[in-house]
Design a binder for this molecule. Structure first.
Ligand code: SF4
Length: 361
């Protein structure tokens, strides 16, 4: 598929569904890793029309959902610091920390601004030399290159009033952790196409070989996902363990070499806590020592915050594909997008928010 009209074309979808029904012979559990894919599936009703043998479970691929409570608390503490301009992607403003969110901090006088990139925050830093500008650098492999560029650009411009609060997460270690869990039921993965656009496919080949699971790098439109499911079911039915690429219009085997180079220059791999899941070895990125003057957590001394998740929220199980949102007792009762208890409800990519918006339950 190359053109926009093809991505949602019902006739193309019908042909793929027909083929899927023809070839499937037994039950398969498939995880779509990306929150954007979850939303496309639920919004388009794809999960309702797939053959009954195929069960789609939702993965941990929503960066807003997995940002730990204490990182939100750190962001709020920095934002409330006198003289700070705190810049963030809009999604993060309503994500609840242990006691409040960034919008609450703004109502208390913090200068919290929505930006679309680290470079926009750099521009604000250049225009406000007497203020400290902090960018909230969250996300998967997709946002890391832009955030690395922010630090490289700050160095190039000689800015000493710019820093980043970094909380980057990496997908392959998370898939590895899910596969190592004794509770794992997933037999094949739809890898997030946009992440593969940056990282390429080699890490997924290692995972496929090590755990014997087929993986298909898949786009985010409904027919992308349907085609990804079809490719994966063909592999599963044939007992073949391979990594295939559905998202050929953007994903190259080697990924984006220039983007990866920028990331490797600025960041180094670290252990990372995922909200609701816990610490996953080697699943995060932190600023290299060489660039430590751009590390907001160090600059503002907010490294040591530890808090507990609310007990009634089961978003950790939702993020691991072990529960569906509607199985949570709080779903739609005391947890709604207007008053979210957990990040999978507040994030626009979260599974709870997708079910609340699009599913009549
Ligand atoms: S419905 Fe709310 S409380 Fe329940 S898992 Fe989702 S975010 Fe957590």
């Amino acid at each position: 598929m190359k053109y926009l009209s093809e991505y949602r074309d019902p006739e193309t979808a019908g042909k793929m569904l027909f083929e899927l029904r023809r070839i499937v012979t037994k039950p398969w559990t498939i995880m779509e890793v990306c929150g954007g894919q979850t939303h496309a599936i639920v919004r388009s009703g794809l999960d309702q029309v797939l053959p009954g043998e195929i069960s789609l479970v939702h993965g941990p691929g929503c960066p807003v959902c997995v940002t730990p409570l204490e990182t939100i608390d750190r962001a709020i503490a920095i934002a409330l610091h006198p003289g700070v301009i705190f810049c963030s992607f809009g999604d993060m403003l309503r994500v609840p920390g242990s006691r409040a969110d960034l919008l609450t901090a703004r109502s208390q006088g913090a200068d919290v601004r929505i930006v679309y990139s680290a470079l926009e925050a750099i521009k604000i830093a250049g225009e406000n030399p007497d203020r400290q500008v902090v960018f909230f650098a969250i996300g998967f492999e997709t946002t890391a290159p832009g955030n690395a560029m922010g630090i490289l650009q700050a160095e190039k411009l000689g800015l000493n009033n710019f820093s980043e609060l970094v909380c980057h997460v990496l997908v392959p270690p998370a898939i590895t952790a899910l596969l190592q869990s004794p509770d794992n039921l997933v037999q094949g993965y739809l890898a997030a196409g946009h992440v593969c656009t940056v990282q390429g496919l080699s890490e997924y080949e290692e995972i496929a070989e090590k755990f014997g699971v087929p993986i298909v790098a898949t786009g985010l439109e409904p027919n992308d996902i349907l085609e990804g499911v079809l490719m994966l079911v063909k592999l599963l039915e044939a007992g073949r363990v391979e990594v295939q690429n559905q998202y050929t219009r953007l994903v190259r085997h080697e990924g984006n070499v220039h983007a990866r180079k920028a990331v490797a220059e600025v960041f180094t791999v670290c252990n990372q806590k995922w909200r609701g899941i816990g610490e996953i070895p080697g699943s995060g990125l932190m600023i290299r020592e060489k660039f430590s003057r751009y590390d907001a957590a160090r600059k503002f001394g907010v490294g040591d915050i530890n808090v507990r998740e609310p007990e009634e929220c089961i978003s950790g199980l939702v993020l691991q594909g072990l529960r569906k949102p509607a199985e949570c007792a709080a779903f739609g009762v005391n947890c709604t997008p207007e008053k979210p208890l957990g990040a999978t409800m507040v994030s626009s990519e979260g599974a709870c928010s997708a079910y609340y918006k699009y599913k009549a339950i």
